[in-house]
Write a protein that binds this ligand. Structure first.
Ligand SMILES: Nc1nc2c(ncn2[C@@H]2O[C@H](COP(=O)(O)OP(=O)(O)OP(=O)(O)O)[C@@H](O)[C@H]2O)c(=O)[nH]1
Ligand SMILES: [Mg+2]
Length: 246
């Protein structure tokens, strides 16, 4: 039987300095796996950045058929907006996935998670990578990000009553059928989009599993620890209010 198909989106904002080596390795690894398409979604950075991204991606597209031509959004939608744009316009696959552009999670880890998802019997369960195993030497993060991540994870699980430790890890796989059921209800396009995605999946009856991965933080991140954490906490409260109303 052919392997379950996966459409993997890489949301990018100002990533031309970080994506090159990671994307090349990801293309190699997923070529070996088969049944995977990759789409880079450039999230309205600026014209010069779009040109730099083209220069990096187009030679790889010529080499790898499964790397689809990149999508250039005319304006910045936010990480969630870019992921959903790539998913909504992608091929009809079994699994939708996204991974951060900076290579903090290696191409090998992406392949491992895809293999894991493909082993699942029906009904399919969403697979969320996790940096929760914080004692592990496999997870290298700045202490500040670790701490904020831990506080945010506690906030999410307490306020939304969903047993998750790390809702924000930049690698996730979702069954496409489950996503299609909940897509019309998704509102959040910023960094907290995965929390809303998780809550909607959970409420729709789609189970999820949290799987530990290796994570080596890449310098040059865009998430502003204080400003974005406040925005994300507000988004979690909004998700909670909407759920209570329903
Ligand atoms: N589409 C979109 N993607 C963004 C935006 N900001 C960041 N991203 C992407 O989101 C992903 C995660 O962003 P990072 O900059 O790696 O975040 P970080 O500060 O390193 O935080 P962690 O990776 O969680 O430690 C990357 O693929 C970014 O390109 C944005 O405004 N729009
Ligand atoms: Mg990062």
């Amino acid at each position: 039987m052919p392997p379950a198909t996966v459409h993997l989106v890489i949301p990018c904002y100002q990533e031309s300095g970080r994506i090159g080596a990671f994307l090349a390795e990801l293309c190699e690894v997923t070529h070996e796996l088969g049944g995977v398409t990759i789409k880079v979604v450039e999230d309205g950075s600026d014209a010069a950045e779009a040109a730099r991204m083209s220069d990096i991606i187009m030679p790889l597209c010529r080499k790898h058929e499964h790397l689809l031509p990149p999508m250039f959004l005319p304006q910045n939608l936010g990480k969630g907006g870019a992921v959903y744009a790539g998913w909504d316009q992608g091929p009809a696959v079994d699994w939708l996935a996204f991974v951060d552009a900076d290579g903090s999670c290696s191409a090998t880890e992406v392949a491992n998670l895809i293999r894991r998802a493909r082993k699942q019997p029906a009904p399919l369960t969403a697979v969320f990578a996790s940096r929760w195993d914080q004692t592990s030497s496999k997870v290298q993060r700045q202490w500040k990000r670790r701490l904020i991540g831990r506080i945010f994870g506690t906030l999410v699980s307490t306020l939304l009553h969903i047993p998750i430790h790390d809702s924000q890890c930049g690698l996730k796989l979702v069954p496409r059928s489950a996503y299609q059921r909940i897509a019309p209800s998704l509102r959040i396009h910023g960094f907290a989009f995965d929390v809303e995605l998780l809550a909607a999946l959970h409420d729709s009856g789609c189970e999820f599993e949290e799987t530990s991965i290796a994570w080596h933080e890449t310098p040059g991140g865009h998430v502003h620890l204080i400003r974005d954490s406040i925005r994300m906490a507000r988004d979690v409260l909004a998700i909670r209010r909407r759920r209570v109303k329903r």
